[in-house]
Design a protein around this ligand. Structure first.
Ligand SMILES: *Cc1c(COP(=O)(O)O)cnc(C)c1O
Length: 220
């Protein structure tokens, strides 16, 4: 079986290879280790290696797994990467350091209220429905400027834009489009790229890549 160290090293090599041609530096990119569905025992090897940025997609699962790990390992940056229900906003604001799927006014309202109540401002990526897929979350591209204006009327900090491109087609055009939308709207953060396409995403400007399978192996 491959070790966490081997997998992490392979990912770092793949990132390193594309940095120079893309004229980018390693410290411009945050590698989020997506530990969803994996038990604490699978996470500790990465923590022992010094990795400190993790992503989960379900609030309840994160609440069950992380408090003990945080106690043991101290400072860890936790990212909420999945669709978030408005009734989980307060729990998410308490636990997570960054939220990647702000995509609708009702969730914006819930997060703004939760941040006021908890007294904590958690940066949020606005998710864009980049492939215009009805079954996926994300703000429609046409509505993005209006939605960003709404977000900016609140105290919810905007980290940038996030996307999940359609499966099984070349993702590069979607990454390039997300980068253009961010640029058009004066935003710097770009959360894009997963196990199969993080190197492409880095080439196209990703500041946050969300990598699960390539780091932890297949999910059960
Ligand atoms: C699960 C998930 C990932 C990680 O996917 P892998 O292909 O396992 O790297 C990234 N982003 C989101 C939103 C996810 O739900």
């Amino acid at each position: 079986m491959e070790s966490a160290a081997t997998r992490l090293e392979a990912i770092e090599e793949n990132i390193a290879r594309v940095l120079k041609p893309a004229r980018r530096e390693r410290d411009e990119i945050t590698l989020i280790a997506v530990s969803k569905t994996h038990p604490a025992d699978n996470i500790t090897p990465l923590l022992d290696l010094g990795h400190r940025v993790f992503g989960e997609n379900r609030v309840q699962e994160a609440q069950e797994k992380w408090p003990e790990l945080l106690e043991r390992y101290g400072e860890v940056e936790l990212h909420s990467i999945g669709q978030l229900q408005s009734n989980k906003a307060e729990d998410a604001v308490r636990l997570f350091d960054c939220i990647h799927a702000l995509d609708r006014p009702s969730l914006l309202k819930a997060l703004a209220k939760a941040m006021d109540k908890v007294g904590r401002r958690v940066p949020c990526f606005v998710q864009v429905n980049i492939g215009d897929e009805p079954q996926k979350g994300g703000c429609p591209i046409a509505e993005l400027p209006d939605f960003l204006a709404k977000v900016r009327e609140t105290d919810v900090p905007v980290a940038g834009l996030m996307c999940l491109p359609p499966a099984d087609i070349e993702p590069a055009p979607f990454f390039a489009l997300l980068a253009k939308l961010a640029d058009d709207n004066g935003l710097e953060g770009l959360s894009m790229g997963m196990s199969g396409d993080y190197a492409t995403a880095v080439q196209l400007g990703a500041t946050h890549i969300r990598v699960g399978t390539a780091l932890f192996g297949a999910r059960g």
